[in-house]
Write a protein that binds this ligand. Structure first.
Ligand code: IVH
Length: 671
């Protein structure tokens, strides 16, 4: 690269970074994602390193934070608040370890302390004689905004320390907003037609800098301590001990952090933290690896930007901004219509995303998203990406409202909406979209697990008329020769496919039940039902009362299931599937049939068995355990404290025994 070109690019990058710094730090309203920002920043640092003559001290690459906003008085930190250098991936963490060991002249493994990198706003708390004297934002690293009265309404900031410390001590940490609070506040903002917060960090940092502490309080922020700044007396010898002591003084400390002996263990803890990321109640954007021993930290010292003894291992950002190109109308297997965002491809959480769910039209209206908007996309772990809301400042004039469909986009049938539901549905169960979706669900890995029958092949075989309803899958074997002639399918894959279909016939009952696509009947409910009824034959004829008696099956699911099995078309489907050789078996380890066809109710306190174990015993003997007594109950086992159920059983003349008698009976059959 020529120096002239570099000069131009550097100038452009600096302008851009200054602009985004302003939006991020002062307006709390960023326009680009963290990873896009990091990218710009890295490129600038890279160019300045390559052309040192172009590097100037006023470059944003040398600044830690941002200048103080008006409205607050500024205050100097007793010790500067540095930033952290970033490492992307394991390789860069290992390179950091190399640098540390070289810097210290160590060959042996270094002891590190690995902690969460809280995604919030840093805050410096000065305690004088144990009392909170000042709270200051990081600002430019030397001087920040004094927000003491706001700090006093943040959870986790003790006004008085619960222990003895030196006359002056600075405690540093991060102010965060929990995910749940963020969603709650955004819901309210959207309802009011206001710009939602882009992410919890902006909401936290904005909350910290409110001129009215009542507004800070309403943001329900929390403070997690992570280090000590100035201390008039020695505080601890290491990071791990410092955190332990901070916990004792009344600060919130997280338990996910840990000491690592050497870089290998540090990598392992970082990976563990990354796995935990989605289950934490607040956002983290990485892990921080610190040399544990303070004397060694001192020896390594700092650069202008950050300490040489610590590094932030960054995780992929879970939010990004992109353009909503269109909203596609998707028809699900039960006819539910879902608006799906068609997006300009964007990297979120390490994956390129082009589609995101908008849940339903009510939600879409609530969020006020228009086609053409720049939107905030969020993706956490394996969860389907979703749209948080629009960036109103960036709405183009050409942005247009999303139309709510009235006709099914696939079959043209008029859409319906049940009064108590938010979902719009296509009522035509013969709608090709519903059929192919039902087929996809049926063959899914957690259902009948028919390998080789992928989405595209289902569509193709449906279009060609080989597939129609679920039972048509089991008629494919009669068209083997035709299938083998199909372009790109090949003999071998047809043979494999037909074998997979054949094998699926003997799948266990729970898989078969959840494959049917009965509303409300997921994997767990399918297992509970299979266990309770033991056979398809018994389940398909179960009444609502019997269904609702099954543990974990609620009234809505029970009535959905009963209704589904009453529908003549569904009855026919089951008959067809059975006729084609599908033979789902309950494999819960049934040992016998002592309770076959019987329903047993346990009531009162059991002294030897747990309620679950007792019910399991009944099921293993082919029976069913129920929660309430009816004329269909075969036996009641009553313990001390049995009340109305026992009374009812006596009234109805149902046999009753105590736990001891029940155990005796079981022992006779299951010694
Ligand atoms: S230590 C000199 N530890 O990340 C060391 N920082 O990107 C300074 N942060 O300004 C920071 N969690 O606001 C440290 N466990 C943690 C942290 C943490 C979040 C923030 C902090 C810092 C920024 C640097």
């Amino acid at each position: 690269m020529l120096i002239g070109e570099a000069q131009q690019e550097i100038a452009k990058l600096r302008r851009l970074i200054e602009y985004h710094n302003h939006r991020y730090h002062l307006l709390d309203n960023p326009e680009i994602s963290d990873s896009e920002y990091d990218h710009l920043f890295r490129r600038l640092v890279e160019l300045e390193a390559e052309f040192p003559e172009l590097d100037t001290p006023d470059s944003p690459s040398h600044r830690v934070g941002f200048e103080v906003a008006s409205g607050f008085s500024s205050r100097r930190h007793l010790q500067p608040m540095l930033s952290l250098d970033n490492a992307f991936g394991e390789g860069e963490l290992r390179a950091f370890d190399e640098r540390v060991r070289k810097g210290l002249g160590f060959n042996e493994p270094i002891e590190y302390f690995v902690e969460l990198k809280f995604d919030g706003a840093s805050l410096n708390l000065l305690y004088t004689d144990g009392w909170l004297a000042a709270a200051t934002t990081r600002g430019d690293g030397t001087t920040g905004e004094e927000v003491t009265s706001n700090a006093k309404v943040i959870q986790g900031i003790p006004l008085k320390l619960e222990g003895q410390v030196g006359s002056q001590i600075e405690v540093r940490g991060e102010v965060i907003m929990e995910k749940e609070v963020f969603e709650d506040l955004n819901r309210t903002k959207l309802q009011k037609g206001e710009q939602p917060f882009a992410n919890p960090r902006n909401a936290a940092s904005g909350g910290l800098r409110q001129l009215d502490s009542k507004l800070t309080f309403e943001r329900r922020l929390k403070f997690f301590a992570y280090s000590i700044g100035f201390s008039s007396e020695p505080f601890a010898d290491s990071q791990s001990l410092a955190l332990e002591r901070l916990g004792g003084l009344g600060f919130l400390i997280r338990g996910e952090s840990g000491v690592a002996k050497g870089v290998e263990e540090a990598v392992a803890i970082v990976n563990k933290i990354q796995e935990l990321r989605n289950s934490l109640p607040f956002g983290i954007d990485g892990a921080v690896v610190k040399v544990n021993n303070f004397a060694l930290q001192q020896e390594l010292g700092s650069t202008g930007h950050g300490p040489r003894w610590a590094i932030a291992v960054k995780f992929p950002s879970e939010q990004a901004f992109t353009t909503l190109k269109d909203v596609i109308v998707q028809v699900g297997r039960t006819g539910t219509i879902t608006p799906v965002a068609d997006l300009e491809p964007v990297l979120v959480g390490g994956v390129t995303v082009t589609r995101a769910t908008l849940h339903n039209y009510q939600d879409l209206a609530r969020k006020g998203v228009k086609i053409g908007d720049v939107v905030i996309v969020q993706r956490a772990g394996d969860v389907i990406p979703e749209i948080v809301g629009p960036i109103l400042d960036k709405r183009p004039e050409s942005a247009r409202e999303v139309e709510v469909p009235t006709l099914c986009p696939v079959c043209g049938t008029g859409l319906v909406q049940k009064q108590e539901e938010v979902a719009i549905r296509c009522p035509n169960r013969h709608c090709p979209a519903q059929i192919t979706e039902r087929l996809r669900h049926f063959v899914g890995r957690k259902q009948m697990d028919i390998e080789g029958l992928g989405e595209k092949l289902i569509d193709r075989l449906f279009d060609l008329g080989y597939l129609s309803d679920l039972s048509s899958i089991y008629r494919l074997s009669s068209c083997e020769a035709d299938l083998k002639q199909l372009d790109k399918l090949g003999e071998l894959s047809v043979t494999n496919l037909l074998e997979a279909i054949e094998a699926s016939k003997s799948n266990p009952l729970p898989r078969f039940l959840s494959a049917l696509g009965i509303p409300g009947l997921g994997e767990k409910a399918a297992q509970d039902l299979a266990r309770a009824f033991g056979s398809l034959e018994r389940l398909r004829h179960a009444t609502y009362e019997e269904l609702v008696n099954v543990p974990n099956i609620g009234p809505i699911t029970a009535s959905d299931i009963a209704e589904w099995f009453e529908e003549p078309e569904n009855r026919q489907l089951i008959d067809d599937l059975l006729a084609s050789g599908v033979d789902p078996k309950q494999e819960s380890g049934n040992l016998g049939s002592q309770f076959a066809g019987q329903t047993v109710v346990f009531t009162g306190k059991l002294e030897v068995l747990t309620r679950e174990a007792a019910e399991e015993l009944v099921v293993r003997q082919g029976g069913k355990a129920a929660g309430s007594v009816s004329k269909n109950t075969s036996l009641v086992v009553a313990g001390p404290g049995a009340g109305s159920k026992l009374e009812k059983a006596t009234q109805l003349g149902i046999p009753v025994m105590n736990e001891e008698e029940f155990l005796q009976m079981i022992q006779d059959i299951e010694p």
